[in-house]
Design a protein around this ligand. Structure first.
Ligand code: CUA
Length: 858
């Protein structure tokens, strides 16, 4: 009842705000189509200016001004970001020691669930929505968003959904608070008896440990009602995002000012347009999926249970939303870097048109990659191949952007301000985040890496790399415009350096830990991973310090920073880059800046299509030289590095492929990073900047060079993927070769029951799984409850164990030995304790051992 009441109260509050906004009288005149266009009269413009707004709280609750709403988004996003960051700090603190000494496993699981949900839905999305709300109308030279009131509703749905999502923690604190206060009162004992039922109700809602991915059957089996609130919260957040996506699309399409057209639209608006289109397709699918999950939990439907749709259907639907969501977050980051980086390079963006095309290409391709999250589920190999192809292909437009950014800096006059340093740091992190993504796109290489720290490292290099870095860059770039004051420049530059170092320190060790096989979402881990985990934790604390530097800087500077003297704080007019938001800013301050009339967008105009810069052919030679250099280094590596010891046929195939890719990727990453660093050092304060040239040949040559490298990856991956030792095709037992040995593993929370069919022996809760060496081995996996995953890093084996379904891995173990087996799919409280050993013995010994097991149990 309490639950229902609190839920109703929240929904009512949201509906109330929406109602007020919808029916509130406004002195703005409706316009044809939409009402956010450029004001035709002074009177209309007055409607959004501060003078006509109510004061105090009422102003913020009733505002429909895009700037106010943008600021509110930014405040909400910052609060959520700090909250989610605190979760991350608590997670990392726990991982300082191999045992769960600081928090127990349940708290740990709840923490990473909350961290993921908070950061994705309430930090990253709202912050970009805030920046876009404030600046897209200004960049478009529009008066406001197309639908100002829908804009306000979309925002106001978010605070209640954040509260709902984290309600378990809030009620827990209130419950414990009541207990503490009441017991401290005189006569507390009597009062305690009275308040106890209330407190217990409050404590019944626990922060859930489902993982942000909410995979059923786990998310259906968990009884904690907070899971329902989280589902409702995400649904509400999805509605909010869809509403604002519609609003952004209409705004960019219909509200552009006279001087702004598709050929000179700024890159941030382009990316918001593309991102909104993605959101429009992705979020409704999330919404329906969440409703089906709610029904499965509460009404007894079987959308995601056997014998209904089954748990894999959920994964398809979830990732159909989930992977575009990644691009929904990263596209605005690309847009901000494309917008800000040229301003501090004293030249226009190199290859405007190609950057726009690559944005659109990412948008289209992002809907064809979702099942690369599911390569280990035992899906049809033909499906895996097509998702692999698109997942590899999407690296091309991302690489093209990186090259264009570096080319923009080349021959420019770089000013290493805080926004610029954040752009450069973000790109540096993105190079590693992007390249590690290609490894995960390749089916064979992905299998042993899936659900390990490698994946965590990969996506954090992007999601804690270029995404927040672009936000920090934007926060400092526009800080004077937002506050009329300057920030502490030295502190901001120091923060950029601290955070770049912190990010590398936190996430690079995770790549190594993952390559060594440690699954993610583990509250405890074997001692061998101690160093990597501790480095990562130290890095996280460095990031925490960086975040505090930012918070201190913006809060203090907004309060007491030196007021700016001149609207053109970055001296952009001098290089013809004073974009409309700054022009408007100057206008509102009553200043006039010469040469701002035609300062729209980033596209090259006829005026500056000069020679120089990259006008000659040399950069094509640069691309050729880089490609040749990488090829040479790869060949040398191949020659020098001896083949490592392999423990199984699968291991040999996959690790050889992985090594070949590393031989290309490492020199490539080092060279791109070197070019970036060289550009910074060489062109910093360069007195003789050259105007940005157009060079189609260069664009085409690096696109083709990237495509060729990726084609090599795709073809070789495809070859290995077809091997019987990787394909994991569930071929019938009659077709298995002579001497083949089958071992059946039934996973159940939190143990493995192992059956040796040939000897008709079953061992329940086995710590050791015996397998023969030098025989075709078929490991059949299934589950009795939720999804588990059999993960044996040293044999490069990975296969999900699904309820009511049997998966199979086929291999031949070549080395006698004992190999650690982990459960790699998050399955609940003791997920990290679900470990066992695979002991590989020569065939004769194996038979003896299994027979002995039969006698023991017998
Ligand atoms: Cu994780 Cu079983």
């Amino acid at each position: 009842m309490l639950l229902l009441a609190s839920l109703l109260a929240l929904v009512a509050a949201a509906a109330g705000v929406a109602g007020v906004l919808l029916f509130r009288g406004t002195d703005r005149q409706p316009r044809p189509l939409t009402d956010g266009g450029r004001p035709e009269t002074d009177e209309a413009e007055g409607a959004t200016s501060a003078a006509h707004k109510p004061s105090g709280v009422l102003r913020w609750v009733t505002t429909v001004d895009h700037r106010d709403i943008g600021l509110m988004y930014l405040v909400l996003g910052t609060i959520a970001g700090l909250w989610g960051g605190m979760d991350a700090m608590m997670l990392r603190t726990e991982l300082l020691t191999p045992d769960p000494t600081v928090w127990d496993a349940e708290t740990y699981n709840a923490l990473f669930t909350a961290h993921g949900i908070t950061m994705l839905f309430f930090f990253a999305t709202p912050v970009f929505a805030g920046i876009a709300n404030y600046f897209v109308p200004l960049l478009l030279d529009a008066d406001d968003m197309a639908f100002p009131r829908i804009n306000a509703i979309a925002f106001w749905l978010l605070p209640p959904s954040l509260v709902l999502a984290r309600f378990g923690l809030i009620t827990e604190l209130i419950g414990k608070g009541i207990g503490l206060v009441v017991s401290a009162l005189p006569g507390g004992a009597d009062a305690l008896a009275w308040t106890d039922p209330v407190a217990r109700r409050l404590l019944a809602l626990e922060p859930p440990g489902t993982g942000w991915t909410l995979y059923p059957p786990l998310s259906i089996l968990i009884e904690n009602q907070q899971v329902d609130l989280v589902l409702l919260a995400l649904h509400l957040a999805g509605v909010a995002t869809t509403l604002s996506a519609i609003n952004f699309i209409v705004t960019v399409v219909l509200e552009r000012g006279d001087g702004v057209n598709w050929a000179n639209l700024d890159l941030f608006s382009w990316s918001i347009l593309t991102q909104s289109a993605l959101a429009l397709f992705a979020f409704p699918v999330l919404g329906s999926t969440l409703i089906m999950l709610l029904l499965d939990r509460n009404v007894g439907t079987t959308f995601f249970l056997e014998p209904g749709g089954g748990p894999i259907l959920f994964q398809h639907l979830f990732w159909f939303f989930g992977h575009p969501e990644v691009y929904i977050l990263v596209l605005p980051a690309f847009g901000l870097i494309s917008l800000i980086l040229p301003k501090f390079s004293a030249r226009r963006l190199f290859g405007y048109r190609f950057v726009v095309y690559s944005t659109l290409a990412i948008g289209v391709l992002s809907f064809g990659v979702w099942a690369h999250h599911m390569f280990a589920t035992g899906m049809d190999p033909r499906l895996r191949a097509s998702f692999m192809a698109v997942s590899i292909a999407i690296a091309i437009p991302s690489a093209v952007k990186t090259f264009n950014w570096i080319a923009t800096m080349w021959n420019g006059r770089l000013r290493l301000t805080a926004p610029m340093l954040f752009c450069v740091g973000g790109i540096a992190l993105f190079v590693f985040g992007g390249i590690t993504g290609v490894f995960l796109a390749s089916v064979p290489v992905d299998l042993p890496l899936h659900d390990t720290y490698y994946v965590v490292g990969h996506f954090h290099l992007i999601i804690m790399g270029i995404i927040p870095f672009s936000m920090f860059a934007a926060s400092f770039y526009w800080f004077p415009l937002l506050t009329g004051r300057t920030y502490y420049q030295g502190l901001a530059r120091a923060q950029a350096v601290v955070m770049t170092v912190g990010s590398f320190l936190t996430f690079m060790p995770q790549l190594v830990t993952g390559l060594d096989g440690l699954p993610r979402r583990y509250a405890l881990y074997p001692e061998t991973f101690l160093l990597g985990q501790q480095l990562s934790t130290v890095g996280a604390f460095v990031l925490g310090v960086g975040l505090m530097m930012w918070l201190f800087n913006v809060v203090q500077s907004a309060r007491i920073g030196t007021p700016i003297e001149d609207a053109d704080v970055w001296d952009l007019a001098e290089t013809g880059q004073l974009s409309p938001e700054w022009a408007r800013f100057a206008e509102e301050r009553g200043e006039s800046i010469p040469g701002t009339d035609d300062a729209y967008g980033d596209a090259p105009t006829d005026v500056d299509r000069p020679e120089g810069g990259f006008g000659d052919r040399s950069p094509v030679r640069l691309v050729a030289a880089v490609t040749a250099g990488v090829a040479l280094l790869a060949a040398v590596g191949l020659f020098l590095l001896p083949a490592a010891g392999f423990q199984s046929t699968t291991d040999r195939l996959i690790r050889t492929l992985n090594r070949d890719y590393l031989l290309i990727a490492v020199p490539l990453a080092v060279l791109v990073e070197a070019l970036l660093v060289y550009a910074v050092l060489r062109f910093r304060g360069n007195d003789d900047p050259l105007p940005t040239p157009e060079n189609k040949r260069l664009e085409i040559s690096w696109t083709v060079a990237t495509a060729l490298v990726l084609l090599f990856v795709a073809v070789t991956s495809y070859q290995v993927m077809g091997s019987q030792y990787v394909a994991n095709v569930p071929d019938p037992e009659t077709e298995r070769p002579d001497g083949a040995v089958t071992v059946e593993v039934v996973a159940e929370r939190f143990q493995y029951d192992v059956r040796y069919p040939a000897a008709n022996v079953t061992v329940d809760d086995a710590d050791v799984i015996y397998v023969p060496t030098d025989r075709p081995l078929y490991l059949e996996t299934t589950s009795r409850d939720v999804i588990h995953s059999i993960h044996v890093p040293e044999l490069s084996l990975k296969q999900d164990a699904l309820p009511a379904e049997s998966n199979v891995v086929h291999t031949r173990v070549t080395e006698r030995g004992t190999y650690r087996l982990y459960c790699a799919e998050f399955c609940g409280t003791d997920h990290a304790r679900m470990q066992a050993q695979i002991r590989a013995l020569p065939p004769a010994e194996y038979r003896q051992r299994v027979d002995a097991l039969g006698n023991e149990s017998g």
